[in-house]
Design a protein around this ligand. Structure first.
Ligand SMILES: [Zn+2]
Ligand SMILES: [Zn+2]
Length: 231
């Protein structure tokens, strides 16, 4: 089967994510777009993942995820086989650096929601900030939990592995890179020799969620199967 995907979507938990990025709005918009699988990847937290998975039941597959900021200020997409392992990674990440309090009036609210889109809490620590884990320990820790981590939007001029390190260390054990739609055509030939390439939306607003375009060819649709593919 062709599994149409968007593996990089932010909810209202991300301070920069629109408050309309609720679990049900994200799932329903993804359905309208014709996607089969999405990942919820809020900055340094997976607190809305369970709600999105519940909202998606019987509709499409939601892979538990996070967009982790490493100590080098490199963004990495991390995907997990289930919510438990994603939450375990969030605990490891939180323990790696002192917490800074969010200032919602400047950076935006960080809403935690339930499966009915009710606001049930607000994350008080600042989520868009560097963790204490470097790229190597992020890849290693996520992998030990049965997940996969890969550099996000490598073509961007900030918060990317190429902008911040200048290159992808060959000893970094990754099988995938994310390249945005804008740069995919011109970078694809150079990178697909070494890596799988994933192109997702990095949506912070509902209308940014990917159109039905990029897909995986799979025997069976599962988080574990997609993670295996991206290792
Ligand atoms: Zn990012
Ligand atoms: Zn992002």
């Amino acid at each position: 089967m062709k599994a149409y995907y968007d593996l990089h979507i932010h909810s209202a938990l991300s301070p920069c994510g629109d408050n309309d990025m609720t679990p049900n709005n994200i799932v329903n918009m993804s359905m309208i777009k014709g996607l089969d699988v999405i990942a919820l990847t809020d900055h340094n937290s997976c607190a809305n993942v369970r709600a999105a998975m519940a909202a998606a039941e019987g509709k499409l597959l939601v892979i538990p995820g996070m967009e982790i900021e490493t100590s080098e200020e490199v963004h990495m997409v991390a995907l997990f086989p289930n919510a438990d392992t994603a939450e375990e990674m969030e605990r490891i990440l939180r323990a790696s650096a002192p917490e800074i309090k969010n200032r919602p009036e400047i950076f935006g609210n960080q809403y935690i929601m339930d499966k009915n889109d009710e606001i049930v809490g607000e994350e008080e620590r600042m989520l868009v900030t560097a963790s204490g884990m470097d790229i190597f320990s992020v890849v290693d820790s996520v992998s030990k939990l049965g997940g996969v981590a890969y550099p996000a939007h490598i073509d961007r001029s900030s918060y990317s592995i190429l902008s911040n390190l200048g290159f992808i260390p060959p000893e970094l054990k990754i099988g995938t890179v994310e390249i945005t739609e804008k740069s995919r055509d011109k970078m694809e030939l150079d990178y697909n020799k070494l890596y799988n390439i994933v192109t997702s939306s990095d949506a912070h607003y509902l209308w940014d969620i990917a159109e039905k375009g990029r897909y995986f060819e799979l025997d069976e649709l599962s988080a574990a199967g997609i993670i295996e593919r991206l290792k």
